[in-house]
Design a protein around this ligand. Structure first.
Ligand SMILES: NC(=O)CC[C@H](N)C(=O)O
Length: 385
């Protein structure tokens, strides 16, 4: 691969909503960009992070100090483009070295017009976000006056109250088929609120034919697929705005169709059950989050990307309009609710990413659990109450 091409002589600045500024050099495209600043603690998987649609309108700081080491390939993206609105790294790798690499990370950021910055103090920045919370920010290579840039940050949109799934979803439905040699066992309707490419693949590997539907799909559209199960994906934005998706979720629960939700899908299930959601101070983003499965006590190391969470009773089953439910998973770092399970209906969800892109694979059995639920339900469909 060619050596790293960054022009480290081009100054850039990162300004946060609370006025804190970090000076550094341009990495990627030049220009100016806005978003909510968050940090990702993954030691690996920068391509999967950059292309995860849930990062839409967020400026992502990588806590791993060296980024770009393996370049960029055409196999690992989780969607058709980079979605982060800005990228903060400590030290861009000077060379890309991997047999799969097609080009350098910086070339890719430039090709896709993604503005980034290299700063010496990603650790100081991360500690600042940890102590003061995720907040609005801007990166600029064009505005050198930080107070002017700060004014623009204060005028930029907040993540709280943002409805963004429509901006990242597929425009028209498409189908992901099981790979050759794998028989089709189930039909799944997947509501794309920002779905990652690996998710339908994980289902297809298990014999699911997955019809991916646009976020704008109504409950009728979803039920018209006549699927064995319905999946609600991850996605960007504030779950408090997702009224349409909550209504669709309720229709699926009313129909008694098996349901599995991931991340945004977990928040939508929570809301459909009558629970509230709230914004976390700095969220969970990375591939190393420990989650406890409540009923077994087993701990899984899991991939996360969420800034909001469901507010649910963690001390045992509780009543909902759909019968009893329980919190199935809890984060060991901060006791945040990481999963929900209905006890009287075939529906469950997790706040994290069992599709594991990038890794780890501890939670892969959740896809098998969804298939088991569809198999059980097909054998003896429970009449909707
Ligand atoms: N990955 C996701 O689905 C994220 C859900 C939601 N946007 C959050 O930040 O919590």
């Amino acid at each position: 691969m060619s050596p790293h091409t960054s022009d480290s002589s081009v100054p850039a600045v990162l300004v946060l909503e609370d006025g804190r500024a970090f000076h550094g050099t341009s990495f990627g495209a030049r220009g100016e960009t806005f978003g909510e600043i968050v940090f990702n603690t993954g030691m690996t998987g920068y391509q999967e992070t950059l292309t995860d649609p849930s990062y839409h309108r967020q400026i992502v700081t990588m806590t791993a100090p060296h980024i770009g080491n393996t370049g960029v390939n055409d196999d690992d993206p989780e969607s058709g483009r980079i979605w982060v609105s800005g990228y903060v790294v400590r030290e861009p790798s000077r060379t890309s070295s991997n047999w799969r690499a097609e080009r350098t990370l910086e070339a890719e950021l430039q090709r896709q017009g993604v503005v980034g910055i290299a700063i010496p103090g990603t650790r100081a920045l991360t500690r600042h976000i940890r102590d003061h919370g995720a907040m609005r920010a801007a990166i600029s290579t064009t505005e050198t006056d930080t107070s002017v840039l700060h004014e623009r940050v204060l005028a930029s949109p907040e993540m709280s109250g943002a409805e963004l799934a429509n901006e990242v979803s597929t425009e028209s439905p498409y189908t992901v088929h099981p790979p050759s040699g794998v028989a089709t066992r189930f039909r799944v309707a997947a509501v794309d609120l920002g779905i990652k490419a690996m998710t339908p693949q994980r289902l297809a590997e298990r014999g699911c034919e997955v019809t991916v539907l646009p976020a704008s799909s109504t409950a009728e559209d979803i039920l018209a697929v006549n699927a064995d199960g319905v999946f609600f994906s991850n996605g960007p934005g504030d779950p408090a705005t997702a009224d349409r998706d909550v209504a669709a979720m309720r229709a699926v629960l009313d129909a008694g169709t098996p349901m599995f939700g991931i991340c945004f899908g977990n928040q939508i299930l929570g809301r459909a059950l009558g629970l509230g959601t709230y914004k976390l101070r700095f969220g969970h983003r990375g591939v190393n989050q420990p989650v406890r499965e409540v009923h077994s006590g087993r701990v899984h190391i899991t991939s996360h990307n969420h800034g909001f969470a469901v507010d649910a009773p963690v001390d045992g089953p509780f009543d909902t309009p759909y019968g009893r439910a329980e919190v199935s998973h809890i984060d060991l770092n901060d006791n945040v609710v990481e999963g929900l399970r209905l006890l009287d209906r075939p529906a469950f969800s997790v706040q994290y990413h069992p599709e594991a892109a990038a890794g780890p694979h501890d939670a892969a059995a959740l896809f098998d659990a969804f298939c088991d639920l569809m198999a059980e339900h097909a054998a003896s469909p429970a009449p909707p109450a």
